[in-house]
Design a protein around this ligand. Sequence first.
Ligand code: NAI
Ligand code: MG
Length: 398
Amino acid sequence: MSKRTIVLLPGDGIGGVVLDAAVKVLKAAGFEADYVTGDIGWEFWKKEGNPLPQRTIDLLEEHKIALFGAITSKPKDAAFEELDPELQAKGLVYSSPIVGLRQHFKLDICMRPCKSYIGNPLNFIRRAAGGGVEEPQVDVAIFRQNTEGLYGGVEWSNPDDQVYDAMMTHPKFAKNFGWAPKEEVSISTRIFTKKYTERILRAAFEHAVKYGYDNVTVAEKPNVIRETSGMMFKMAKEMQAKDYPQIQLWNTNIDAQMMWLTKNPEDYGVIVAGNMFGDIVSDGFAGLIGGLGFAASSQYNPDTGVAVFEPTHGSAPKYADYETSIVNPIAMIESACMMLDFIDENEKARRIRDAVAAVIKEGKVRTYDMMKMRGRADVIEHGAASTDQMADAIIAKL
Ligand code: NAI
Ligand code: MG
């Protein structure tokens, strides 16, 4: 069988550092692949006026599977100032290349697992009923619709007349917003389609069945956002009744869900939500299991099989130039395990996860975040493990 080719998209800042660590772990676990590196990120914005060059899209089109580190995004003014002076006159507008990838390849399913590792000093603890503390074991898989909703990009400030007039035909717009001068109105839409709502719900239920979760929660706001949230919950009810009667379906409001987050996080199995609420609830749960150093994600299109695996953290520019990198590679390594699961290399994924769990449980090798230190170059002198030392410790357990 020919070797699989994996596209590496290091991006900016610490993206490349954590990606190197993850590839090292993959190799040590016996995963054989060819790797090709794709250009993406701020550097290519500055030099070429495009942070997601066509050649990178072509690479992913060809090989389908990518591991992505992180990119740097900066506000409009900075994006313009740092652009090559020869390109500045062209009126180019920066837009996030990771959002661009999601849209181009319609990576509509985003999955973010949040599972506590035993012995992680960053695990959430809470006061127990009889005094003392308890440490609930969180094991949640969050399915976030990744292409529609509030992040769909259909928005206006000072909308043109056609849009404004159409909005005015809605009685609530006329009544509640009609008083405002058109130039002072900004509109961001929240569009859900049946097709993609069905797909994210299906993925959530299928995951519950495959991995033995007994409940799926829709975390939206159907009592207020009646059309979009309402549609998602209604479809979930129908799907559950028809195809997944063995799985319990729960309905929570996103705001209440965030309040309950610390009360009973261990009760939840699979959570499914639209784009923005999925983003929010996954960050919330990630905080219970150690935060950005532990938060992994996959995004894929079930039809084309194109999939991108990435930690949810950004490029952490302040640590990018450290001679010895201090950042935690576990989120990237966990993302690489999700890639292995995706391509049916489950046994290798399991071995790596076991190795990560063993290192955390033993507690001898911990990056600065796990030691609750402020991130600075001298954390190594104070006993924190470097990025490489953490990767090596994991490899030693394989
Ligand atoms: P960030 O996630 O890069 O960093 C926030 C803080 O989290 C850091 O200062 C650091 O203390 C900690 N942190 C992040 N990754 C860590 C790791 N692996 N180990 C230990 N600690 C870690 O977010 P920030 O500072 O808001 O943004 C920095 C840049 O990253 C911005 O340009 C932003 O646009 C971009 N970004 C990119 C994302 C992506 O590529 N998917 C996601 C989030 C932000
Ligand atoms: Mg986020």
